[in-house]
Design a protein around this ligand. Structure first.
Ligand code: FES
Length: 85
């Protein structure tokens, strides 16, 4: 895979290698607040294994864990608002 892939995060182009998750690519780009979730770890890349749900983002319109979702060129990734209780 090429190292020149990019995806969009809230409209900003983020490079990715095609061998990493969305969270890893965002972290490498210096983007650590992924959303506005709830709780102590809200919106951050926290557990890295899909357990905390803190890294939920919208990927092409679907709610996905950024720490589990492979980054690839052309994805439209957006922060999501917390679900109100
Ligand atoms: S960082 Fe915990 S589910 Fe992604």
């Amino acid at each position: 895979m090429s190292d020149s892939q990019t995806f969009l995060f809230d409209g900003v182009s983020v490079p990715c290698t095609g061998r990493e998750t969305i969270a890893a690519a965002l972290d490498r780009a210096g983007i650590r607040m992924l959303g506005t979730g709830q709780g102590d770890c809200a919106g951050r890349y926290f557990c890295g294994i899909g357990a905390c749900q803190a890294c939920l983002v919208s990927v092409d319109g679907a709610r996905m864990e950024a720490c589990l979702t492979p980054a690839r060129s052309g994805l439209q990734v957006e922060r999501i608002a917390p679900v109100s209780s």
